[in-house]
Design a protein around this ligand. Structure first.
Ligand code: SF4
Length: 531
C-alpha cells in the first residue's frame, strides 16, 4: 500500500493516510508493520496515529464500514439544522454496516450549511435524501471543481527572475503594503521575511492551509479559484528569503482543494525547467504537499511544523520562534495561504495601493467569511475597518426576513461573541480588544433573536474540548470542566471566571488561551441567558 512513498519517518502521516484511505481504518497489525517499514518504534507510530481525528485504529479482524459520513455540527451548520440531519441520517442508515455516520467539527463550508462529507465528497446544503443518494451512487471521491486561473501568467515572478524587480524591492513593496498575516495573528509579514532572510544556514517555508477556525472558509475559496496566484506568491516569497524547501500543509477536509492543488503544483513543476534554463542563478525550492489529518491545533504554526515532521501536532514552547528555529530546526517562514495570494497583487499594483485601502483609518483589504443569519453567506473582500452592520448590509444581503441582529462572532470560535450594540465598531486587528474580542481569521457568524447565545457558546466550547491537544493541564482539563459547567441550567460564574484566568495565564498556545472567550462573552454581554 505504501508503494511509491519513501520509507521516511517524516512521511509517517502520509503513510497512515494511504492505509486509512484504502482500508477505511488503521489495523493494529498494519501499524506494527509500518513501524518496521519506517524503522520507528511501534509506540511512535501509535501515538501519531491515535492523535489525529481522521484516523481510526481497529483490531485486525474488526469489520470496518466502507464509508464514513461526517456531519458538521459546528455553529453555522447547527444553526442550519445539523442536528436533525445527523439524527435523520443515523435513523435512515441504521442497520447498514457499510456506513458510519459521525459528528465532525467545522469542515469549512459554513456558507452552504448544513454541510457533510460522504467519504471524501463534500456535500453543501446536505439533506438526508441528498446524502443517501450519493451513497447509493457510490460517489465518495472528492468533488471536481474548476479553478478560474488554471493558467496563470506568473508575471510578477518573471519580473523577479528577470531582474526587473530585486528581492530588496519586493521587500520594500511588502513593507509599504502593510500586509499582515491573514491566518489569524495579523503579524506584519515583512518582519517575518527580514528575520528569516537574516538567518544563516538552510532555510525553509511552510504554507498554512489548515484553516480550521470555526466559520472560516476563505482559504478554501482562494485555493479552489486561484491556486496559481498562491503558487506565484509562494515562489516570490521563497526566492526572496532564500527558502530551499517548502511544505504546503492542507487540512484534510479540503479533498476538492487537494485535487486542485496537486494539479496546480504538477503544472508548475512542468514549467520550472524552462524557467531554470532562462533565468539561471536562482536556487529553486523543493515543494511538497502535506495532508493534515483532522486536528484544528495544527493551524498553530509550531504544531503544524511538528506535523510536517511526521509527529503529533503539539505546539512547541516558544522561544525559539519558528523564524529562527522551525521545521527540522531550520529558520522557517510560516505563512497563511491568503497572505501569499496577496504578493502578486501587491507587486502589480504597488504596496501603497493596498495600504491606501480601508475605512476609519485602518489599512488594507480583508477577506471575511460570513455565515449564519444572512441572506448571502460567502467570502467577501472588504475594506479593513468596515463594521459588522456595513458588512452585512453592503455585502451579505442583510438578515433574512423575520430576523434581527442579536449577536455576532467577529473571529470564529476564538474571537469572542459581541452584542448587536457593538455592530458599529471597526472590524480589524487590534480594534476589539477592549470588548474582549478579536477578528483573527475574519470569520463572521451572525446570530439573530431566534438564536441562543448561550447555546452558541456551548457549541464553541465543545469544539475546543474536542480539539485540545492535551499537552497542558489548563487547556486539557479546563475545556472539559467548562463544558460541564456550561451545561448546567445556571452557570457557576465564579468557577468559570477562575477557569478563564488559569486557562489564559497558563496554557501553552492560543487555543487554550482563547478557549474561555465564548463563555466570557456570554457572562459579559448576555448574563440574563445563564443566571
Ligand atoms: Fe495543547 Fe491546549 Fe496546551 Fe495548546 S493550550 S498546547 S492546544 S493543551
Amino acid at each position: 500500500l505504501c508503494d511509491g512513498l519513501a520509507p521516511r519517518a517524516d512521511l509517517l502521516i502520509e503513510h497512515l493516510h494511504r492505509l486509512n484511505d484504502t482500508e477505511g481504518a488503521l489495523r493494529k497489525g498494519q501499524l506494527a508493520a509500518l513501524a518496521e517499514h519506517l524503522r520507528l518504534s511501534q509506540v511512535e507510530v501509535f501515538e501519531v496515529a491515535s492523535f489525529y481525528h481522521h484516523f481510526q485504529i481497529v483490531d485486525d479482524d474488526a469489520a470496518v464500514p466502507r464509508t464514513t459520513v461526517r456531519v458538521c455540527t459546528s455553529l453555522s451548520c447547527s444553526m442550519a439544522g445539523a442536528s436533525s440531519l445527523l439524527h435523520g441520517l443515523r435513523a435512515k442508515l441504521a442497520g447498514d454496516a457499510s456506513v458510519q455516520v459521525i459528528e465532525a467539527p467545522c469542515i469549512g463550508q459554513c456558507h452552504q450549511a448544513p454541510a457533510a462529507c460522504v467519504g471524501q465528497h463534500q456535500v453543501p446544503q446536505a439533506s438526508v435524501a441528498g446524502v443517501t443518494d450519493l451513497l447509493a451512487r457510490g460517489e465518495t471521491a472528492p468533488r471536481v471543481l474548476v479553478p478560474s486561473d488554471t493558467d496563470s501568467d506568473y508575471t510578477q515572478l518573471r519580473r523577479l527572475l528577470g531582474g526587473a524587480l530585486t528581492p530588496e524591492q519586493v521587500l520594500a513593496e511588502l513593507k509599504a503594503s502593510n500586509l499582515r498575516g491573514l491566518g489569524g495573528a495579523g503579524f506584519p509579514s515583512w518582519r517575518k521575511w527580514e528575520t528569516v532572510r537574516a538567518q544563516p544556514g538552510r532555510k525553509a517555508m511552510v504554507v498554512n492551509i489548515d484553516e480550521g477556525e470555526v466559520g472560516t472558509f476563505k482559504d478554501w475559496q482562494v485555493l479552489t479559484t486561484t491556486p496559481h496566484q498562491v503558487l506565484e506568491g509562494l515562489l516570490i516569497a521563497a526566492l526572496t528569503v532564500g527558502a530551499e524547501d517548502v511544505w504546503l500543509y492542507l487540512r484534510d477536509e479540503y479533498h476538492d482543494g487537494r485535487v486542485i492543488l496537486t494539479q496546480a503544483i504538477a503544472a508548475l513543476k512542468q514549467r520550472l525547467p524552462a524557467w531554470q534554463h532562462k533565468y539561471p542563478g536562482w536556487t529553486w525550492p523543493a515543494i511538497e504537499l502535506r495532508r493534515g489529518a483532522g486536528a484544528y491545533v495544527c493551524g498553530e504554526e509550531s504544531a503544524l511544523i511538528e506535523s510536517v515532521e511526521g509527529k503529533r501536532g503539539m505546539p512547541r514552547l516558544k522561544p525559539p520562534i519558528v523564524a529562527v528555529n522551525g521545521v527540522f530546526g531550520r529558520p522557517t517562514l510560516a505563512h497563511n495561504l491568503e497572505t501569499l495570494w496577496w504578493l502578486p497583487e501587491i507587486l502589480e499594483k504597488g504596496g501603497a495601493w493596498l495600504a491606501g485601502q480601508g475605512r476609519r483609518g485602518r489599512s488594507g483589504l480583508r477577506r471575511f467569511s460570513v455565515s449564519g443569519r444572512v441572506n448571502r453567506p460567502g467570502v467577501y473582500l472588504a475594506p479593513a475597518g468596515i463594521t459588522l452592520n456595513e458588512l452585512v448590509a453592503e455585502y451579505a444581503g442583510g438578515l433574512p426576513a423575520g430576523h434581527t441582529l442579536k449577536a455576532y462572532l467577529p473571529g470564529g470560535a476564538s474571537g469572542g461573541i459581541l452584542p448587536a450594540a457593538l455592530a458599529d465598531v471597526p472590524l480589524d486587528f487590534d480594534t476589539l480588544a477592549e470588548h474582549g474580542a478579536f477578528v483573527g481569521s475574519m470569520a463572521v457568524v451572525v446570530l439573530s433573536q431566534h438564536d441562543s447565545v448561550r447555546d452558541a457558546a456551548l457549541n464553541l466550547m465543545r469544539f475546543f474540548e474536542h480539539e485540545s491537544c492535551g499537552q497542558c493541564t489548563p487547556c486539557r482539563a479546563g475545556t472539559v470542566q467548562s463544558v460541564q459547567l456550561m451545561t448546567e441550567p445556571t452557570w457557576d460564574t465564579e468557577r468559570l471566571a477562575e477557569l478563564s484566568q488559569v486557562m489564559r495565564d497558563a496554557s501553552i498556545c492560543g487555543l487554550g488561551q482563547a478557549a474561555p472567550n465564548p463563555f466570557d462573552s456570554v457572562l459579559r454581554f448576555f448574563p440574563e441567558e445563564v443566571q
